[in-house]
Design a protein. Structure first.
Lengths: 449, 235
C-alpha cells in the first residue's frame, strides 16, 4: 500500500483531520449561503487579474516558507517536549564529551539499578552502540558509508520512535527482518534510501571497514529494509555481533583488549510508567555502586535531545521569533498594499453601494472578504500542496543536524496555510476596509451644485 | 383635507467647516413635497441644490433642522439606520449612472434587492418588472461596458425603482447624455411620475428637463428664492 494512501486512510481517526473536515464543511456552507456576495468578491478580484495573481503568488511563497519552518520547529518541540506518562529515560556517561560506558553496565541498567524489593524496575529497555563503516577501506564518502544503530533487534518495535507510523506492509517487513536477525547475528536491516544510494539490495552480502572502532571490520547480510521517513538513511545491526567482535579482538591481538572494549555502550534507554517512576529510577542509578567508573547520569530522552539541540538554540530561536514574524508582517503588508490600491480605485463604487443601502459594516465585510478570499485560498493551496508534494513525492524535508532524518509536513499544515493566509489578510486589509467603510457619500459625489 | 406631504423639510441649515471658516450651504430652508409630485430643483452653481437633494435622500445629515420623509424623521437617524431606510425608501439616479462594471445589467438592478428579505424568485420577478418598465429586457446579461449611455441610465433608473421606493431622487440624470437619449430618459421619468404616481425630485441645470416637472424650485445661496408650478405655466 502506498504510504500516503495509508496515511490518508488514517485521517478519519485523527482529531485534527476531523476538525479540519468540519471547518471545511462550515466554510463551504457559508460560501454557498452567501454565494451572491462571494460572486461579487470573485468578480471584483478578477477586475485586475495581474494584481490578484501577484498578491496570491506572494502569499503562496511566503506561506510555503512558514509551513516548512514550522514543520521543523513543531517536530523538534514534539521531540523535546517533556511527557508525563510513558517516559523514556536515557542513561549516558556523566562527564565525558561523548558517552562511552562499558557494555557490562547494560545488564544492571536494564534492571534500573534496583537493589531493594521496593525499588522501581523499568518497563522495558534498549542498549545502543553506534557502528559507522564504509564499503571501501580508507575511503569514507556520502555514497559509501553506513550508520548503524547497534541494538537488540527485538527492541525496535517497542522502544524506537515513530514505529506507530509504519504502514502494515512496513511492519510486516520489520517483524520478518527481526526474526531473521535473531537467527543470524550478521544480518542487518537497512533504510531504503541508504540501500539505493549504496546500490545494494536485500540479500546482498557486504563488508564494511569501521570508522569508529579500530580494526573492527565486519561482514553483513542485508535481510530487510526500513521504510521511508526517519530511518530511511540508517541501518540496524545486532549489538551482540559488535560485542563479540570487540571481545574477539583480544584473541587476535595476543590478549590485548580492544582500546574501546570498555567504552562500547553509548546509550541505555529505559521505559518508565510516569514522572515519579523516572525520578526514583534516576535516583537508584545515580546512587548505585555499579555505575561509578565511569559515572552515569539519567535524563529523559526528550531533555537529552534538548541538550543536543542547545548548540543550535540561537538559530532555532531566530527562526521562530525573527524569521517567521518577519515573513508574516511582509505578507500583511503585501495584502495591505493590494487592498489599499483597490479601495482607492473603487471609492466611488463604495459610495454607490452606500447610496443603494449597503451599511458601512457590509462594505467593510466585502473588502475584508476580498482579502480573506485571496489569503485563505492561497494559504490552503500553498500548505496543502506542500503537504502532498513533500510527503507524497519527496518523502520529507531533510534536516541534516545530528541523527535527524527527514521531517514530514504534519497534517496540521492543512489549517496552518489558511490560518496564516487568512490571518495576515485580515490584519493587512483591516485599515483599508475601514477606510472603505467610512467613505462619505456626500464628499464623493460633491460637485459645485 | 390636503394629504400630508411625503417630504417635509423644516428650518434646515447645512454648513461645512473648513479650517476656521464656516461655509453655509443651506440657510433656514423649509419646503413640502406632496406625494406623486415631479419636482425640479434649479439654481446656479453653489446654490445648494445637490446638498438639499442629498439631505432629502438621507445621504447626509443637516446641521440644524428636521427632515421627514413618509412618516420617518430621517434627520434623527444614524448612518446604519439611514442605509437601511434608503434601501426601501429611496431610489437614486446618478448623472454618471455609476453602475458596477463587474455586474451585468440584471445584477446591477438586483443589487438593492439583495439587502431585503426576498427569495430569488421574487427578486427575479421584480428585476424583470423594472427592466420591462425601462424597456431593456433584451440587454439584461450585458455588462455596463457593453451598453450605450442612454441604456446605462435606463438600467440606473431600473435600479432606482426596483425596490418600489417612496421617493426617487435624480441628480442631473441627463447631464451626460445626448439630446435623443436625454429625451428618452425624461420621457421615462415623466411616465414614472404620471402613470405610477412616483414622487420624483430632480436636480437639473437644463430648463428643458425642468419643464417636465410639475413644480420647479429655484435656490440661490442656500435659500429658496422662487417657485413655479410648470403645469400652471403650460395650462
Amino acid at each position: 500500500m502506498n504510504p500516503l494512501v495509508y496515511k490518508l486512510e488514517k485521517l478519519f481517526y485523527n482529531p485534527t483531520a476531523v476538525v479540519l473536515m468540519a471547518c471545511s464543511a462550515l466554510a463551504l456552507y457559508l460560501i454557498f449561503s452567501n454565494y451572491k456576495a462571494v460572486q461579487f468578491i470573485i468578480r471584483s478580484l478578477k477586475r485586475n487579474k495581474l494584481r490578484t495573481i501577484l498578491t496570491s503568488l506572494a502569499i503562496l511563497v511566503l506561506v510555503l516558507v512558514v509551513t516548512a519552518i514550522w514543520t521543523i520547529l513543531s517536530k523538534l518541540d514534539e521531540i523535546t517536549e517533556e511527557k508525563s506518562k510513558d517516559l523514556k529515560a536515557m542513561v549516558t556517561e556523566k562527564y565525558g564529551a561523548r558517552s562511552q560506558m562499558p557494555y557490562s553496565y547494560a545488564r544492571g541498567l536494564a534492571d534500573g539499578g534496583a537493589r531493594k524489593p521496593s525499588d522501581v524496575h523499568p518497563q522495558d529497555n534498549m542498549a545502543w552502540s553506534f557502528y559507522i563503516g564504509s564499503l571501501e577501506k580508507g575511503k569514507f564518502t556520502r555514497e559509501n558509508f553506513m550508520f548503524f544503530f547497534c541494538m537488540d533487534p527485538e527492541k525496535f518495535p517497542t522502544m524506537m520512535d515513530e514505529v506507530d507510523t509504519f504502514s502494515p506492509t512496513d511492519l510486516a517487513i520489520l517483524f520478518e527482518s527481526i526474526k531473521k536477525m535473531k537467527a543470524d547475528k550478521k544480518r542487518i536491516m537497512v533504510g531504503k534510501e541508504r540501500l539505493k544510494l549504496l546500490n545494494k539490495r536485500v540479500g546482498d552480502r557486504i563488508k564494511l571497514f569501521c570508522q569508529n572502532y579500530k580494526d573492527i571490520d565486519l561482514e553483513f547480510e542485508v535481510c530487510g529494509t526500513l521504510p521511508e521517513g526517519r530511518y530511511e538513511n540508517s541501518a540496524v545491526m545486532n549489538i551482540d555481533y559488535l560485542q563479540d567482535a570487540i571481545d574477539g579482538y583480544a584473541r587476535d591481538h595476543k590478549g590485548e583488549k580492544h582500546p574501546q572494549a570498555d567504552k562500547a555502550l553509548t546509550f541505555m534507554f529505559l521505559k518508565t510508567e510516569d514522572r515519579n517512576s523516572f525520578e526514583r529510577l534516576a535516583e537508584q542509578i545515580s546512587t548505585s555502586s555499579l555505575f561509578t567508573n565511569p559515572a552515569v547520569k539519567c535524563d529523559t530522552a526528550s531533555s537529552g535531545v534538548a541538550s543536543f539541540l542547545d548548540a543550535y538554540r540561537d538559530l532555532l530561536w531566530g527562526m521562530r521569533w525573527l524569521l517567521v514574524p518577519a515573513i508574516l508582517v511582509t505578507m500583511a503588508l503585501v495584502i495591505s498594499n493590494a487592498i489599499s490600491i483597490s479601495v482607492r480605485e473603487r471609492r466611488t463604487e463604495m459610495a454607490v453601494l452606500k447610496v443603494l443601502g449597503f451599511s458601512p459594516s457590509r462594505i467593510l465585510f466585502l473588502v475584508l472578504g476580498e482579502a480573506l478570499f485571496v489569503g485563505v485560498l492561497s494559504g490552503l493551496i500553498s500548505s496543502g500542496g506542500l503537504y502532498l508534494l513533500i510527503n507524497g513525492l519527496i518523502g520529507g524535508i531533510p534536516f541534516p543536524i545530528g541523527w535527524f532524518g527527514k521531517f514530514e509536513i504534519p497534517l496540521a499544515a492543512w489549517w496552518w496555510g489558511p490560518a496564516i493566509g487568512g490571518g495576515t489578510a485580515f490584519a493587512g486589509s483591516f485599515f483599508p476596509a475601514w477606510s472603505a467603510r467610512t467613505v462619505k457619500v456626500s464628499e464623493v459625489f460633491s460637485k459645485i451644485g | 383635507m390636503a394629504a400630508e406631504p411625503i417630504v417635509q423639510v423644516r428650518g434646515v441649515h447645512k454648513y461645512f467647516v473648513r479650517g476656521d471658516e464656516q461655509i453655509d450651504v443651506l440657510n433656514d430652508l423649509s419646503l413640502d413635497v406632496p406625494e406623486g409630485e415631479f419636482m425640479a430643483l434649479m439654481g446656479p452653481s453653489g446654490s445648494g441644490k445637490t446638498t438639499l437633494l442629498n439631505l432629502i435622500a438621507g445621504l447626509d445629515q443637516p446641521s440644524e433642522g428636521v427632515i421627514v420623509v413618509g412618516d420617518q424623521i430621517i434627520s434623527d437617524m444614524n448612518e446604519t439606520e439611514l442605509a437601511r431606510w434608503r434601501t426601501r425608501h429611496v431610489g437614486f439616479v446618478f448623472q454618471f449612472y455609476h453602475l458596477l462594471p463587474v455586474l451585468t445589467a440584471y445584477e446591477n438592478v438586483e443589487l438593492p434587492l439583495l439587502l431585503l428579505p426576498m427569495s430569488a424568485a421574487e427578486r427575479r420577478r421584480q428585476v424583470y418588472t423594472a427592466m420591462e418598465l425601462v424597456r431593456l429586457t433584451d440587454r439584461m446579461s450585458h455588462r455596463p461596458g457593453q451598453l450605450s449611455g442612454g441604456q446605462q441610465q435606463r438600467v440606473g433608473i431600473a435600479r432606482a425603482i426596483v425596490t418600489d421606493p417612496t421617493l426617487i431622487v435624480a441628480d442631473e440624470p441627463t447631464g451626460d447624455l445626448d439630446s435623443k437619449s436625454a429625451e428618452e430618459i425624461l420621457n421615462l421619468m415623466t411616465e414614472l411620475s404620471t402613470a405610477l404616481q412616483k414622487t420624483i425630485i430632480m436636480v437639473t441645470h437644463d430648463p428643458r428637463s425642468a419643464a417636465r416637472a410639475t413644480r420647479i424650485l429655484h435656490l440661490e445661496k442656500g435659500k429658496l428664492v422662487r417657485e413655479s408650478a410648470v403645469y400652471s405655466l403650460h395650462h
